[in-house]
Design a protein around this ligand. Structure first.
Ligand code: ASP
Ligand code: MG
Length: 401
């Protein structure tokens, strides 16, 4: 008997019809001779609505109380889904994150899973139950409820699949897989049959909103076979695994991310320690830096430019202002009218010319590049946000995806 973990996101359980639909799919999997553990998110916009409710009362509420509130959304979903499964006459039990054995670190609101005590789930499976588990939540060492960060139910599902040594982990969502580009931007984008963990990680962090970043990291670490599928249509999805078929593709996909601000520190001294001083000060404030570019030194001076997310722009400027006497730069400039467009693909590591093909597509469309960053499996460029959608289209066409 195989053990399958199935995760259904908020839109998949948004109302009674959809909950019944999920119940049908889950029971079908069980009746086909599998053990099934189901992880669910809060219904529809429940989590956002709960946050709004909190803000109405206290916009500065403690993270502990926020977790107490937000975890209630998933608790509603598990009970409703279990009721829908009861109606189909299959044995079922719902479990909160803590009943299911999820232990997390002490931090609230963005906790990490430290371990899962799986005895309860295993004994429920032995009783032939479908086990419905609340995603996104656990218990810390103070026996307080914690949550795993927005979108964290994916991570609950993958962690559970790893801990139970499940045969696979299926993530059901409102799209039917991972695409070569956002189909709303590039209408001829195609669904991928397969993708590697590393490629998926890049796509997840580049703003392809399909999977929670940490869930992919965890799937890679524990070698969990993941499949992203549609909860509405019965079609094959996209399988995420260690080595994926390249289908003669140089790159797997094109993405854009408009949540970038570029900061440039102009005219710092060309001496050791400058980058360290800037980036350690930012790290101390938990500001994540993405692309970094240092110019060639000239006349004893150099420039350092980098990108942060827009919500960190103000704080970054403040920090640089405080460092003015230490860094003695000429000026700091900042832009938030840019977008990061990236190509991702394990195939580019051994194929020269991939980056130049991307630049050619941009040149042919008269799109100027403001910054470039590369890794083994990714090339990113910063361009004007007004050009971003067109850039995705022309690059997608250029590579014949
Ligand atoms: N309900 C949580 C959220 O909206 C967790 C999840 O959906 O994965 O972020
Ligand atoms: Mg999600």
């Amino acid at each position: 008997m195989a053990l399958i973990v199935q995760k259904f996101g908020g839109s998949s359980v948004a109302d009674a019809d959809r909950v019944n639909n999920v119940a049908n799919r889950v029971v079908e999997t069980a009746r086909n001779g599998n053990h099934v553990v189901v992880v669910v998110s809060a219904q529809g916009d429940t989590t956002d609505d709960l946050i709004e409710k909190a803000v109405e009362i206290n916009s500065n509420a403690s993270k502990r109380e926020m977790d107490m509130l937000l975890s209630s959304g998933e608790q509603i979903s598990i009970a409703l889904l279990a009721m829908a499964i009861e109606k189909l006459h299959h044995p079922v039990i719902s479990l909160t994150g803590w009943q299911a054995g999820f232990k997390t670190n002490a931090e609230y609101s963005n906790s990490r899973i430290s371990k899962i005590d799986t005895e309860r789930i295993k004994s429920e499976l032995d009783r032939n139950n479908i086990v419905v588990v609340a995603g996104f939540q656990g218990l810390n060492k103070y026996d307080d409820i914690t949550t795993l960060g927005r979108g964290g139910s994916d991570t609950s599902a993958v962690a559970l699949a790893a801990a139970l040594n499940a045969d696979k982990c299926e993530i059901y969502t409102d799209v039917d897989g991972v695409y070569t580009a956002d189909p709303r931007i590039a209408p001829n984008a195609r669904k991928l049959n397969e993708i590697t963990y590393d490629e998926m990680l890049e796509l997840a962090s580049l703003g392809a909103n399909v999977l929670h970043n940490r869930s992919v990291e965890m799937a890679k670490k524990y070698n969990v076979k993941l499949e992203v599928k549609s909860s509405f249509e019965k079609v094959d999805g996209t399988v995420v695994k260690e080595v994926a078929d390249m289908e003669k593709m140089l790159i797997r996909g094109v993405t854009r991310d408009n949540d970038v601000a570029r900061i440039a520190v102009i005219g710092v001294e060309n001496t050791p320690g400058i980058a360290f001083k800037i980036f350690s000060a930012l790290a101390k404030e938990n500001i994540n830096v993405d692309m970094i570019l240092q110019s060639v030194g000239r006349n004893g001076n150099k420039d350092i430019a980098f990108t942060v997310t827009k919500n960190h722009m103000e704080k970054t400027l403040e920090i640089l202002n405080d460092l003015k006497s230490v860094l003695s730069y000429n000026e700091v400039t900042c832009r938030d009218d840019l977008s990061k467009v990236s190509i991702v693909g394990a195939g580019m590591a051994n194929n020269p010319g991939v980056a130049s093909k991307m630049f050619e597509a941009l040149f042919e469309s008269d799109i100027n590049i403001h910054m470039i960053a590369t890794s083994e499996i990714k090339v990113s460029v910063l361009i004007k946000v007004d050009n971003a959608e067109r850039a995705v289209q022309v690059i997608h066409d250029k590579f014949n995806l």
